[in-house]
Design a binder for this molecule. Sequence first.
Ligand SMILES: C=CCOC(=O)Nc1nc2cc3[nH]c(NC)nc3cc2c(=O)[nH]1
Length: 373
Amino acid sequence: MTKRFSFDLKATDGKARTGVINTPRGEVRTPAFMPVGTAATVKAMMPESVRATGADILLGNTYHLMLRPTAERIDRLGGLHKFMNWERPILTDSGGFQVMSLAGLRKLTEKGVTFKSHIDGSKHELTPERSIEIQRLLGSDIVMCFDECPALPADRERIAESMRLSMRWAERSREAFGDRPGHALFGIMQGGLEQDLREESAEALRKIGFEGYAVGGLAVGEGQEAMFGCLDYAPDFLPVDKPRYLMGVGKPDDIVGAVARGIDMMDCVLPSRSGRTGQAFTRHGVVNIKNARHADDPRPLDENCSCPACSNYSRAYLHHVFRSNEMISGMLLTWHNLHYFQEIMQGMRDAIAAGTFEAWQAEFHAQRAQGDI
Ligand SMILES: C=CCOC(=O)Nc1nc2cc3[nH]c(NC)nc3cc2c(=O)[nH]1
């Protein structure tokens, strides 16, 4: 087990890469998908079940945990890993994005953001320094810079101003992070869909120097074509020997397209959130299990899937427990979706290592029937 944080690039196939992030709490195989554990739990999953799906790393949310139970309380109790019984790597976000999307009465200044809690209306402040301190108290292995993600559509001037603020905050985040061997601080590139602003942002981040780099400001309503358009150039502005992380992505075909453009890490609530609503992702497309046509179907969700839901239950059963609002419904479908997302990641890691990623992508798209299945 290493005491340091490092990234080993193992193979590339076109712009796609596969490698390993080494951390004191374990290795992260890339390309990696991170299940989201918002309030110190991946909803409807035991930690050992999350591990069983193949996840090497989880995401924790600073905004939620600072409000409840607070970072100080988690620190007093031994840190987030012990608190939630997940001893492998955890990446925490900086709270910047969620304050802007969840909190009330926000005031943004050069210093940071003041806001009212969506839980009890209490007043709080997040600055680069406070965000880094919260992530340290949580014991996060990969810490994210405090940034501002502008809501799209936005005019170029607004995007440029916001990006430059985020770059000043990245400098302050780096300063506040200090020297923490075995832990990493990732910078976040902004710049909307403006290629020159993206390049300016990447240059600013490289000058400061980070252990990894995220492509921020995407998956905010721009649509897949515009997102891929940005990913056709943005990762190339980043250092080739450091992990590249795309936040908030995405549907299976978003994930595959991002990896094909040089992304190494992603996170998204989609598999867990839609698992709780009865939406199952399979290699043949999406299944809405609450649809009446599944009521008598004895087949598994996906014949080719080895997860507990597909191994032990029929579509009819899954349909029934969703219709009856039974707790096991969300558990089974969340497990299936996270298992399927990790199966996609493993398939890509193997294909990139074997130099067959092109063929793997063709097969991935060919399998996906149109419409409901
Ligand atoms: C999340 C981990 C680390 O990220 C941060 O601490 N800040 C940050 N988060 C984002 C989250 C996003 N989700 C989506 N779509 C669902 N787009 C996002 C964009 C950003 C962003 O530009 N910055």
